[in-house]
Design a protein. Structure first.
Length: 748
């Protein structure tokens, strides 16, 4: 045989399987890099779900593992179902044996096999939140903890934080002053009680897994051998316990693929630890980092604006999104006079878009705080514009609003039995089921209202002394509030009722993540009442709003918070309320400093990248916050948006200054909006409010540098941290970190 005859025939490239053929180069790299640790940084709209499912298909198609040797973890059941359906379409058969599900679902499956290691039986019960709260109340009462000062929800939130960090009671160090320093004892008793009744809560599922793996190395070795490949979705949202669980399972083969986006880590308030994704290379030496940067969702203008914004963050791994889509429209920046005008403008814009053929279902309004939805809801109801609130109830359907309205209804109408029953023991006054049964029995028998029945019962010995005293105190409060009705404004009366009833204090004492939002909603409710002449008129309005709200259906605008919008996309997105203190949120800045600011910026990035074709960012020069008119500064995030990709459209006098986008304030040539031209009395009031809050700047032209001591009319003494474009970042001695205009401070 000649040398030529011995040469192999030229290789012919085999056609790529379908699951690879439809991927771009970076996606294909992420799919084929199956050996060793891999972090896939998947930017917004870059096809991360496609990559995850294709990677699963590739592992199975190349026979690197059987389905039972693969675990794929998601954060929601919906994501797990979508991934399974996509995978089965790719491989053309059912993915039997694959460990695909949420962290909790997979951890529960493991725990049921080894429950006896942690003192449980395999048929243990998984408690829901109500059962958890009931158990915490029992344990707290046994420990002599004052429930009014330390509500069960607050203590449970502390226990859940410990579990999120993988801490069993014996591993908790300083427990702080939670429950007067008895929280750790309550945690220990709570866990003992769960074991006694053969139950676990959701936090236990992972926590018990960690205990099993750490105390029984042979069991850990079994799962480390079993799971040859591990895939994790939304890795930036993992907490410490989830991180530890994954590290333990991946110890043998180290074939751990985590898909996530550090720029979309926005859930620190519920335990997510962005450090998990930022230190991936350190935790898993030799890890490959694959960046998915080609965006299939948004236009170049939207992506450029979002990329410039997020580039200001220091705590990120870095990537730049790009697209081959048409240029599209620039991000529209809109400055308006006040929040009411903002809601009116957005409503009018949506109607105009609808006339052009846009579907309402492809339009979203994303707000930073839940209380912002009220103005939009009421405006849309007036317009007859169909909407839905995503991720939560409508404003007037929220628990705290319904409770507050029940108090006000009962003050206005003593015979309102539904309101009476709702709040007679909210907050808890010691009026239990037996007392309520006695009230109902008497009310039905004599055909009288519950309030009248209560007045009769407390004059007898039918009730126990404690219940009689509590019910009597409640009736006395109601009588006093009703007597105040003619003498004080109805907004002031509402605040008195909420404060004296203990309802406000109940939420102030609640340390759960949603408590601050509930307090903001209550303040927004009181502010909304000022638009009406009296309490009765406001309550009538609410009844009509609720009736109209229940009649909408079909094609609807989506209204939601930015946190609820993650993972969604819309053709057109409105982003209202981009003002300092509201967004970025002042509480986040005060509590977490620079970390809080960077998470707020990530939230802004998430909001912008929800938009496919059009994004509108708006801010108001004045906003009524907690019943008081305040002049506001445009958000610092607006200054981060590049002018080449934005278009400014503000009312005269409301244009931000070119340098740094600081607000111009009320200039001499300011002209009222059409609304205020029709209502000159409102214009005068707002002008007066503006002057009271923001007096004419006394020191135009003064320059400030980092380290300068300054004084502000409202916030007092402080030290300048940074100066940029007419705005100062100042650490005030009493008020904390604030962003203010340089023209409103003087050198101390």
């Amino acid at each position: 045989m000649s040398e030529a005859d011995s040469k192999p025939a030229p290789a012919v490239d085999a056609p790529l399987p379908p699951y690879l053929a439809e991927l771009n180069e970076a996606q294909r790299h992420a799919v084929e890099a199956v050996d060793g640790p891999v972090l896939v940084l998947a930017g917004a709209g870059t096809g991360k779900t496609r990559v995850l499912t294709a990677r699963l298909a590739h592992i199975l198609a190349t026979r690197r593992a059987w389905p039972s040797q693969i675990v794929a973890v998601t954060f929601t059941n919906k994501a797990a179902l979508e991934m399974r359906e996509r995978l089965e379409r790719l491989i053309g058969q059912a993915a039997e044996g694959l460990w695909l599900g949420t962290f909790h679902a997979i951890a529960a499956r493991i725990l049921r096999r080894h429950a006896e290691v942690v003192g449980l039986k395999p048929n243990f019960t998984i408690l829901d939140t109500d059962d958890q709260l009931r158990l915490v109340k029992q344990v707290s009462a046994a420990e002599g903890v004052d429930e009014k000062r330390w509500p069960a929800r607050t203590i449970l939130a502390g226990i859940e934080r410990w579990k999120d960090r993988g801490l069993t009671p014996d591993k908790v160090g300083d427990a702080g002053d939670l429950a007067d320093g008895r929280a750790l004892t309550i945690y220990r008793r709570y866990q003992e009680r769960l074991q006694t009744v053969n139950a676990a809560d959701f936090g236990d599922l992972l926590l018990h897994n960690l205990t099993i793996f750490q105390t029984r190395p042979e069991i850990a070795a079994e799962y480390q051998e079993r799971f040859r490949y591990i895939l994790v979705d939304e890795y930036q949202d993992t907490n410490v316990a989830q991180y530890l669980w994954l590290r333990l399972l991946a110890q043998k083969y180290k074939n751990l693929c985590c898909v996530g986006d550090d720029d979309q880590s926005i859930y620190s308030w519920r335990g997510a630890e962005i450090g998990n994704i930022l230190r991936f290379e350190k935790d898993f030496p030799g890890a490959q980092i694959v960046r998915l940067e080609q965006n299939y969702r948004s236009t170049p203008h939207i992506l450029a604006a979002a990329s410039a914004l997020i580039a200001k963050n220091e705590g990120r791994l870095g990537k730049t999104l790009w697209t081959t889509a048409n240029e599209g429209e620039r991000v529209l920046l809109r400055g308006l006079w006040d929040g009411e005008e903002e809601a009116r403008w957005i409503g009018d814009e949506i109607e105009a878009l609808q006339r052009k053929g846009e579907r309402l279902s492809q339009i979203a309004i994303l707000v930073r705080a839940g209380f912002q939805t009220r103005e939009f809801e009421e405006r849309f109801i007036q317009m007859g514009l169909a909407y839905r609130v995503v991720g939560g109830p409508r404003f007037y359907e929220r628990q705290e609003i319904r409770d507050a309205l029940a108090y006000l209804r009962l003050v206005n109408q003593p015979a309102d039995d539904f309101a009476f029953e709702r709040i007679v023991n909210t907050p808890r006054r010691g009026i239990g089921t037996q007392t309520l049964q006695a009230l109902h029995h008497l009310a039905r028998g004599e055909r009288i209202a519950l309030g009248e029945a209560a007045a009769k019962l407390i004059a007898t010995d039918e009730l126990k002394p404690a219940a009689r005293k509590a019910l009597g105190g409640f009736l006395t409060d109601l009588a006093r509030w009703r007597s105040l009705g003619p003498a004080v404004p109805h907004t002031e009366l509402a605040q008195i009722v909420l404060d004296e009833s203990g309802y406000t204090a109940m939420w102030q004492a609640d340390k759960s993540p949603d408590a601050p939002g509930r307090l903001e909603n209550l303040k927004e409710l009181v502010a909304a009442m000022d638009e009406f002449e009296n309490l009765a008129g406001f309550l009538d309005h609410v009844s009509l709003v609720m009736e109209n709200a229940g009649q909408s259906g079909g094609d609807m605008v989506s209204l939601m918070t930015l946190h609820s919008a993650k993972g969604l996309e819309f053709d057109i997105v409105f982003l209202p309320g981009w003002e300092e203190g509201l967004f970025p949120n002042q509480r986040s800045l005060d509590e977490r400093g620079m970390k809080g600011l960077e998470e707020e910026r990530r939230l802004a990035y998430v909001g912008l990248t929800r938009a496919k074709r059009c994004a509108y960012v708006s801010y108001a020069a004045n906003r009524r916050i907690h019943g008081q008119w305040q002049t506001t500064l445009p958000s610092r995030f607006i200054a981060d948006l590049p002018q080449d990709h934005t278009e400014m459209n503000a009312e005269p006098g409301l244009h931000p200054r070119a340098a740094g986008l600081a607000p111009a304030g009320l200039e001499e040539d300011w002209q009222p909006t059409p609304l205020l031209r029709r209502r000159p009395e409102l214009a005068r009031l707002l002008m007066q409010a503006h002057r009271e809050v923001m007096p004419p700047p006394p020191n135009t032209g003064v320059k400030f540098a980092a380290g300068d001591r300054v004084v502000h009319r409202k916030f007092g003494l402080g030290t300048v941290r940074a100066s940029e474009g007419g705005k100062l970042s100042i650490a005030f001695d009493q008020a904390g970190d604030k962003m203010v205009m340089d023209s409103f401070v003087e050198k101390a």
